[in-house]
Design a protein around this ligand. Structure first.
Ligand SMILES: C[S@@+](CC[C@H](N)C(=O)[O-])C[C@H]1O[C@@H](n2cnc3c(N)ncnc32)[C@H](O)[C@@H]1O
Ligand code: SF4
Length: 289
C-alpha cells in the first residue's frame, strides 16, 4: 500500500488523477484522428465547437500546429500559469497515430516542465510501452470495459491489429489481453496509471469489480468509472443515474481509489476541468450554444 507521500508524488498536481483540479489545468492536443478499434458508444463524426464529450474536437492538428498551440497557451497570462499537463486523448487512439510520438518529442524538448499524459484503448500498449517510457510519459490512462471477451464483444464490434481485422469475441479477446498486458508492463515501469471504464448498464456492470481487482494487482493507481454517453451503435442504452454511478464507485473504492471529477472532456480541451478555455472562446463566437 502506497503512503500518502508516495501518492502525492505520483499525481504531482495532475488534475485528472486527483491532483488539485481547481488549480491545475491540462491541455489536450488533438493530433491523433485514427483509431484501431470500434467501441459501440464512440462517435467522432461531429466537429462542433460547442459539444463537449470525448472524441469531439474542432479540428485535427499536425504536430507542428500542436507545438505552436502549446507555445501560444503557455505564453498566455490566463492559461499559461495553470497548465501543468499536456495530454493526447484522440480524438481517435493516440497509439494508432505516429503524430502522437512526434508531438510528445517536441513538447518534451521545449517544455520539459510539463507532464506528458496519454489515453489509450490499450491495443498497442504492450508494443508501445517502452517508447512511452523513454519519452518520460508521466501518466497513462487505459480504457478497459470488460474482462470477459463475451461481454467485450457487446461493446467492441471490431479491432484492426497488425493489419488484420477481427470481429466479435475474437477481437475482444486480443484487445483485452493486450490491455492487461500493457497495464502490467506500465505498472512494472512505475507509471501512474488510471483505468477508465465506461459504465454501460445491462452490459458491463458485473465486470467492474473484476476489472478493479485485477488492475489494482497490476499497479494501477486510480479508476475512473464514467457513465456512457449513448451514441452510435449503443445509442439505445439508458445511461446510469447519478445514484447508480455513485453506488458502483462506492462499491469499488475499497479495491482501488475512485476518481469522481471526470467531466468527460473533448480531445482538444484546454484549462481547468469543467472550465475549458477553448469552449469559452467558442461560446463567444457562436450564438447557437
Ligand atoms: C475519446 S477516448 C480517447 C482515447 C482512446 N481512444 C480510448 O478510447 O481510451 C477518451 C475516453 O472517452 C471515452 N468515451 C468515448 N466516447 C464515449 C461515450 N460516448 N460515452 C462515454 N465515454 C466515452 C473512451 O472510452 C475513453 O475512455
Ligand atoms: S478506442 Fe477511443 S477513439 Fe477508438 S472507438 Fe473507442 S472510444 Fe472511440
Amino acid at each position: 500500500m502506497a503512503t500518502a507521500c508516495e501518492m502525492k508524488k505520483k499525481i504531482q498536481g495532475h488534475p485528472c488523477f486527483g491532483g488539485n483540479h481547481q488549480k491545475n489545468g491540462r491541455m489536450h492536443l488533438a493530433v491523433a484522428p485514427k483509431c484501431n478499434i470500434k467501441c459501440g458508444y464512440c462517435s467522432r463524426k461531429h466537429d462542433c465547437a460547442n459539444e463537449s464529450r470525448p472524441g469531439v474536437t474542432s479540428r485535427i492538428m499536425t504536430p507542428m500546429e500542436a507545438i505552436s498551440k502549446v507555445r501560444e497557451v503557455m505564453a498566455s497570462p490566463i492559461a499559461g500559469p495553470i497548465i501543468k499537463v499536456v495530454g493526447i486523448a484522440g480524438p481517435g487512439d493516440p497509439l494508432a497515430n505516429e503524430e502522437t510520438f512526434t508531438t510528445f518529442e517536441m513538447v518534451k524538448q521545449e517544455f520539459p516542465q510539463l507532464m506528458l499524459c496519454l489515453s489509450t484503448n490499450g491495443l498497442l500498449l504492450p508494443e508501445s510501452i517502452d517508447r512511452l517510457y523513454e519519452l518520460g510519459l508521466h501518466s497513462l490512462t487505459v480504457t478497459i470495459n470488460a474482462m470477459d471477451p463475451q461481454v467485450g464483444a457487446q461493446i467492441y464490434s471490431h479491432i484492426i491489429y497488425h493489419g488484420k481485422h477481427y470481429t466479435g469475441v475474437e477481437g475482444a479477446k486480443i484487445l483485452i489481453a493486450n490491455q492487461f498486458e500493457g497495464v502490467k508492463r506500465a505498472g512494472e515501469l512505475g507509471m501512474t496509471i488510471k483505468i477508465n471504464t465506461v459504465l454501460t448498464p445491462g452490459i458491463n456492470d458485473g465486470q467492474i469489480p473484476l476489472i478493479a481487482a485485477r488492475v489494482k494487482e497490476l499497479g494501477a493507481f486510480v479508476m475512473n468509472i464514467m457513465p456512457i454517453i449513448p451514441q452510435a451503435e449503443l445509442a439505445h442504452i439508458t445511461p446510469p443515474s447519478e445514484e447508480y454511478l455513485a453506488e458502483i464507485r462506492k462499491a469499488n473504492e475499497g479495491t482501488i481509489g475512485q476518481f469522481a471529477h471526470c467531466k468527460q472532456c473533448r480531445a482538444d480541451a484546454i484549462g481547468l476541468i469543467g472550465q475549458d478555455l477553448n469552449l469559452t472562446i467558442a461560446e463567444a463566437a457562436c450564438p447557437t450554444r
